[in-house]
Design a protein. Structure first.
Length: 411
């Protein structure tokens, strides 16, 4: 949900000034010393553009820093959420959610031996308790027979994998709700619920590791990754309800066969049992099952970001409104520098119109949404070079240039 990335760009010494011709603000093309048109790119140093902005993230819905500010003024989590998502009603959601674990890039599922560990075949529904051999330190599920079956094996402290059995269909590990430690190429991490070997089709060797877990248990691995656990209780509870609602929305609209939500910023950052914290667990327990519903009784699209810069951005839903936010005072006046090389690479990576602009010459903001600082968030921007130009949406530019938000000005 949040793009928490930092910009590190080469700062060059060319002096620039800002001109503002009618209909095109923040146009960087004149020499600051002489006031004359800049010399041809081949005859001068490549320019760099200084960016000044407010906020961190897209600015839709809940501001996490705003929730913390509102909690500091005594607002409850229900009052906070009513401010950020006006017009929604309260409801409840439970059940399980299936999460794609993107860190496990291999086709097998490897877990650490523990008490109560069980293996279950999804093909015949049979469950086997893994109590022997005592030398086992690791257990593994691999797809076999072109993905139509699964093979269970164990491994000791040393030596090779020893096959135990092959069962029909996909398979999974469980431990009666207790955490299971997953072994991935990047390290080990524990998860509640089920660790499943599953694929986009029922018969594929290209399987993923999927964590099937109760919704509130899932949240316990989400909330401490989204906000500091040291924050005020009302802010943590607000985040818990927003994250629960967002997961329920994704679960309903998921299109993949074998999972409903991912564990990255493309969905919600999820770290499993390893990332749980007592303070955020208490916030989740205190709001157990609570979600926000639309007029038709369905989970809302409860977007959230770190900071809206003092002004909410209008979103794709009627409850994602644009208005001033008196509670969010974070991330004011941040700066970044966009070098000529970065500007050229951003232009070439434009998903709407990738263009080799040649040597960078200027950057012009074409449109803003009219809300908040600087006349509003940037909605479109042109990058011009010696060989051409390209126009990006504000969000595409923010992402490709690694800026904190689209609420910025040039120069």
């Amino acid at each position: 949900m949040k793009l928490l990335v930092a910009l590190s760009a080469l700062v060059l010494t060319t002096a620039l000034a800002v001109t503002a011709p009618a209909g095109a603000e923040d146009d960087l093309t004149l020499d600051a010393v002489t006031g004359r048109a800049a010399e041809p790119a081949a005859e001068r140093a490549a320019p760099s553009v200084r960016v000044t902005g407010n906020g961190y993230g897209h600015g839709h819905g809940l501001s996490q820093y705003g929730a913390q500010g509102a909690a500091g003024q005594g607002l409850s989590h229900r009052e906070i959420l009513g401010f950020y998502y006006p017009g929604l009603t309260w409801g409840r959601a439970g059940g399980n959610v299936s999460v794609l674990l993107t860190a496990d890039t291999s086709t097998d599922v490897v877990v650490v031996d523990r008490g109560g560990l069980r293996y279950r075949s999804l093909g015949n529904g049979r469950t086997v308790r893994l109590t022997k051999p005592r030398a086992a330190r690791l257990w593994r599920i691999t797809p076999s027979a072109g993905g139509r079956t699964s093979t269970l094996a164990w491994k000791g402290q040393r030596g090779r994998w020893t096959k135990v059995r092959t069962t029909p269909g996909e398979a999974q590990f469980t431990a009666g709700g207790e955490p299971i430690t997953l072994v991935t190429p990047s390290g080990r991490r524990a998860y509640r619920g089920v660790l499943r070997s599953a694929g986009a089709t029922a018969t594929t060797v290209q399987r993923d590791t999927v964590n099937v877990v109760p919704l509130d248990s899932y949240l316990k691995g989400v909330v401490p990754r989204e906000v500091p656990a040291s924050w005020r209780a009302a802010a943590l509870r607000s985040q818990a309800v927003a994250a629960r609602t967002y997961a329920a929305f994704d679960r309903r609209d998921g299109t993949a066969r074998h999972y409903q939500i991912c564990d990255t910023t493309s969905c919600q950052v999820y770290g499993g049992f390893t990332d749980e914290h007592p303070a955020t667990n208490r916030a989740i327990d205190a709001t157990r099952g609570q979600v926000l519903l639309t007029a038709d009784g369905l989970p809302a699209f409860t977007q959230f970001s770190a900071s809206n810069g003092g002004y909410l951005a209008a979103g794709s839903q009627p409850y994602l409104v644009a208005k001033r936010d008196p509670y969010d005072t974070a991330y004011r006046g941040w700066t970044a520098t966009i070098s000529a090389d970065l500007a050229r690479r951003v232009a070439a990576a434009n998903p709407d119109d990738p263009t080799d602009i040649g040597t960078f010459r200027s950057m012009t903001v074409l449109g803003r949404d009219g809300g908040g600082a600087y006349g509003g968030r940037v909605t479109s921007i042109r990058i011009t070079g010696t060989a051409g130009s390209t126009v990006l949406t504000g969000e595409n530019f923010r992402y490709l240039a690694a800026l904190r938000s689209t609420l910025f000005t040039l120069g």
